[in-house]
Ligand binder design. Structure first.
Ligand code: MTE
Ligand code: MO
Length: 497
């Protein structure tokens, strides 16, 4: 177990030389990439954002058990343990080689890992067997020396692994630089101030703009891809007349616009948490594409992140004049946080994140849907997934108890980019009644609502349905998130007493 720990620790330390090459994390990333759909969905809906620590913890437990068994089997011969250390090391090496982040320096960490694992196993095994000989009368090693050797390897593993964690490059300075540049920049379009009547926080809705800390997060990255804005660049190529490369200075010297946009995840179940709103600052993606000259037939814009994740967006949607798709660099008055794509990401209002909102974006390829498939399309999710009109009941909470008398039910509704024109609420299957709508900020954002009911003691069920600005009402038909978003009327059961 200690030899395996040493291997993982040393691997994590040496991985500072090449992002994405820590064997332990590379195995975790690979597990995520090859997980069957039912497993990723189960993990997302059961554990939410805790799914990543849970994955890493489970891996550690499994590895520890296997290592303990191999260790017990190595009482006489070193072979079982040695085999395990080498096999795990080779797995790490293969996984790093096939990772999307692979580069020439990437092999150093898994190789260092194998060397550290083999050396510490052989050394500890020799110490232990010689101590055993000593007990049966031989001269060699005392128990105390075995303990010291064991402690030394354990401490080495912790120091190496901890060093890898502590010495990991920080992007705090880079973010501070970008935040300062954004503060000094002149925006060619600013987002109108949010009216006080845009949210009913006092009735239980979320605030209109979600803080960066509260903004929902969904991605496949076990360790955050970190890159300074100074080394970042974005390539725009494929089926274009003039390929373009933009660095961060190029972005900052283009017209910068600010837009309030609500982002939504296709994995959101009815009533789920994966929806948030922010003021994003960035450049018009459409203008950049017009400069590059998109060739006819390029029906897909395939964007790739620093860690090799991909999204395939319909080109015609992005090229719609009023769509407002962004290469975003700012979020709520700061640089993008590391978890939300620093230094740059894509945002396309009205499309779910999985096929449009690439964080840590480094590459845009104009291509066709026949030629290439994005990450989630390869895993059974939809190809064109416009956001479905939906509503959510934020108050009262399910299974809560409320006092008798007047109760204000409140929540959110969304249908980006069409906007919400009506929300209806009904109690216990009765008549639908129109909810009071909060001020509309723009049709790319959610809209808050509330409605009053006079309630008698007992159990109650409240339901909602929203209607978009095209007059289409949210369907009652229940659908799971896969493949193109959940549908159905939300219902909350609560008690009045
Ligand atoms: N690089 C990268 N970008 C990504 C993803 C990802 O896994 N990797 N997930 C997408 C999904 S499914 C969604 S819903 C949004 C979520 O963005 P957020 O985490 O900033 O809220 O990012 C999108 N961009
Ligand atoms: Mo998503």
């Amino acid at each position: 177990m200690l030899a395996v720990a040493a291997a993982l620790g040393v691997g994590h330390l040496v991985a500072l030389l090449a992002p994405g090459s820590s064997p332990f994390f590379a195995v975790g990333d690979t597990v995520i990439r090859f997980s069957p759909q039912w497993l990723t969905e189960f993990a997302k809906t059961t554990f939410g954002t805790a799914d990543k620590p849970i994955l890493l913890g489970s891996m550690a437990v499994v590895i520890a058990i296997v290592a303990a068994v191999a260790g017990l089997a190595s009482r006489r011969s070193a072979r079982p343990g040695l085999t395990l250390v080498v096999v795990l090391g080779v797995v790490g090496l293969v996984v790093v080689i096939f990772a999307p982040t692979f580069g020439p320096l990437s092999v150093l960490a898994p190789i260092a890992s194998i060397v550290a694992g083999v050396a510490s196993f052989l050394w500890l095994h020799r110490l232990a067997t010689r101590a055993a000989v000593a007990r049966t009368g031989g001269p060699e090693v005392s128990r105390r020396n075995v303990l010291i050797g064991t402690a030394a390897v354990g401490a080495g593993a912790v120091v190496a692994g901890g060093g890898g964690v502590l010495l990991a490059p920080s992007i705090d300075d880079a973010r501070a630089r970008v935040t300062a540049r954004l503060a000094a920049a002149t925006l060619t379009e600013t987002a109108p101030a949010i009216p006080a009547g845009a949210a009913f926080v006092e009735s239980g809705t979320p605030p209109f703009v979600t803080s960066n800390a509260e903004f929902y997060r969904v991605d496949t990255a076990l360790s955050l891809p970190l890159q300074s804005e100074q080394t970042w660049s974005l390539r725009i190529g494929g089926m274009v007349d003039r390929p373009i490369a933009l660095d961060f200075d190029d972005i900052m010297s283009r017209p910068l616009v600010e837009r309030t946009i609500t982002m939504t995840c296709v994995s959101n179940v009815v009533g789920g948490p994966y929806i948030s709103t922010a003021d994003f600052v960035g450049v018009e993606l459409r203008d950049v594409l017009l400069e590059a000259g998109v060739r006819p037939g390029a029906d897909q814009l395939l964007s790739t992140s620093l860690d090799g994740w991909t999204a395939g967006s319909p080109t015609d949607v992005i090229m719609e004049p009023g769509r407002g798709a962004l290469i975003a660099v700012g979020m709520n008055g700061e640089a993008l946080p590391a978890e939300h794509g620093f230094p740059a990401r894509l945002i396309v209002p009205g499309l779910y994140g999985f096929l449009s909102a690439t964080k840590w974006v480094t590459d845009i390829e104009l291509t066709t849907f026949d030629a290439a498939q994005g990450y989630w399309l390869q895993r059974g999710w939809g190809k064109f997934a416009p956001i479905k009109t939906q509503s959510r009941i934020d108050f009262p909470k399910g299974l809560s108890t409320q006092p008798p008398g007047r109760l204000t039910v409140a929540g959110i509704a969304w249908s980006q980019p069409t906007g919400i024109s009506r929300v209806e609420v009904r109690m216990d299957g009765g008549e639908w009644q129109d909810a009071e709508l909060a001020d509309e900020v723009n049709t790319r954002t959610w809209r808050m609502w509330r409605a009053d009911f006079d309630l008698t003691p007992g159990s109650h069920t409240v339901q909602t349905r929203a209607t978009d600005r095209d007059g289409v009402t949210q369907t009652e038909m229940r659908a799971d998130p896969i493949p193109d978003g959940a549908s159905g009327w939300p219902a909350t059961i609560f008690t009045v007493s």
